[in-house]
Design a protein around this ligand. Structure first.
Ligand SMILES: [Zn+2]
Length: 59
């Protein structure tokens, strides 16, 4: 089974490297994040959460 990043569409190789390669149509593909996109997603998520947090009002 292939593992593909759902963001940048890179595919993980047996050597645990991420390469720009399309899986064969016959391959079963599992979608996940590559480390790069994972970090970016987490960062975006964090800043989105910060933005959505109501600011403490200073009196
Ligand atoms: Zn990616």
């Amino acid at each position: 089974m292939k593992v593909q990043c759902c963001c940048c569409k890179k595919t993980r190789t047996d050597q645990n490297r991420w390469v720009e390669e399309q899986p064969e149509p016959a391959d079963r593909v599992s979608h996940t994040y590559c480390p790069k996109c994972y970090e970016r997603e987490i960062r975006d998520l964090r800043s989105a959460m910060l933005l959505n947090t109501p600011m403490a009002v200073a009196h």
